[in-house]
Design a protein around this ligand. Structure first.
Ligand code: PLP
Length: 362
């Protein structure tokens, strides 16, 4: 067994070690109460203070404009695939939800929306196994549309939007599950941003939704209460017994992020980690990146080796060397290194050294 194990899993993913240690310290006795945080009421003043501090820190770190609300909702990111058309399909005169199909989750989001609303995929990179981000020009966005949905970072293929599309009066909605808080974002360009927590934020099973205030109140009548963002906002995310532990972890992660120097500093670190890894991939023909170079993600780096046999051997040996969960998603194959905010540079350095050794020794 290697000394340090670096976890490159795509999600649930590694959390910052200081956050895990803080959870351990406070586990049996939260703030001197003599009970654990997970044993106290979601309506207690102590828990509400945690939730509101998480919202405050998110605003502080991201510079989120005042007219955006922060919600904590159930069911991870995919539950929001249903909630989006229910909450926003009525926002446009054509009652038609527009989607860009840039990957597996983007496609799933559009397919789910079809259950509740008329939808249209206006651009897709499916024909090239999602190796690039499709181009969206303003004339492609029907101004009668309810919203345009994009997946800002495609976790499986390792592509991301560098420049977000201009949508005119149509609200832009982004699934940022695999990159929220990893780079500076101008939130005022978006109507809604949402993310499953399990990558850069905390444990799995919940999501954060950032929504522009004027988009609330448009839900269809049959919207289930727990998918209704307007209700959720009214109740400050406490309509029912929420996942108190997950929200507590988000607060700790945000505190950690602040200690790291905030989003500007973490983005610089993320850029440096990704550059090191892409440099190792681009050196020679042995490793081959999956994503189009101009659309490369700095969170998920997917690449292939010359054969599936070599990939299997690479993964097996990597794991023996303390490089955990590098197997690519079944839709893309090969290797995927997820290098979210908590991954230290030393983890990427270790991976890059291993890649070099593996190449030389076969
Ligand atoms: C971009 C993106 N969207 C949605 C999902 C689905 O998230 P969840 O499992 O929380 O529903 C994932 C999961 O990895 C993802 O990467």
């Amino acid at each position: 067994m290697a000394d340090t194990v670096y976890n490159f899993g795509a999600g649930p993913a590694m959390l910052p070690p200081p956050v895990m240690e803080k959870i351990q310290q406070e586990w049996l006795n939260f703030q001197g109460m003599g009970v654990s945080l997970i044993e106290i009421s979601h309506r207690s003043k102590e828990f509400v203070a945690v939730l509101e501090e998480a919202q405050r820190l998110f605003r502080e770190l991201t510079g989120l404009p005042e007219n955006y609300r922060i919600l904590f909702v159930h069911g991870g990111a995919r539950m929001q695939f249903s909630a989006l058309p229910l909450n926003f399909a009525d926002c446009g005169s054509a009652k038609k939800c527009l989607y860009v199909d840039s990957g597996n989750f983007a496609k799933l989001a559009a397919t789910e929306a079809q259950i509740f609303s008329s939808t249209e995929i206006i651009a897709s990179s499916a024909e090239d196994n999602y190796s690039y981000i499709p181009t969206v020009t303003p004339d492609m966005v029907d101004q009668r549309g309810s919203y345009l949905h994009i997946t800002s970072n495609n976790t499986i293929y390792g592509t991301r939007w560098n420049d977000f599309p201009e949508t005119g009066n149509v609200p832009l909605i982004a699934d940022m599950t695999s990159e929220l808080l990893s780079r500076q974002i101008d939130y005022s360009k978006f109507g809604v941003v949402y993310a499953g927590l399990q990558k850069n934020l905390g444990p799995s099973g919940m999501a954060m939704v950032i929504v522009r205030e004027d988009l609330l109140g448009h839900h269809v009548e049959q919207t289930p209460t727990l998918l209704n963002y307007t209700q959720c906002d009214k109740d400050n995310s406490l309509t029912n017994t929420t996942n108190t532990f997950a929200i507590y972890v988000i607060k700790l992660v945000l505190e950690w992020l602040k200690e790291q120097g905030g989003i500007v500093a973490i983005e610089q670190r993320n850029e440096a980690k990704a550059a090191l890894l892409y440099q190792a991939i681009d050196q020679g023909d042995f490793y081959r990146g999956i994503a189009n170079v101009a659309d490369r993600s700095i969170m998920n780096v997917s690449f292939r080796l010359p054969s599936e046999e070599l990939e299997a051997s690479f993964l097996q040996q990597a794991e023996k060397n303390g490089l955990y969960a590098l197997k690519g998603h079944r839709n893309a194959g090969g290797v995927r290194a997820s290098i979210y905010n908590p991954m230290p540079l030393s983890g990427v350095e270790k991976l890059v050294n291993f890649m070099e050794e593996f190449k030389v020794n076969i």
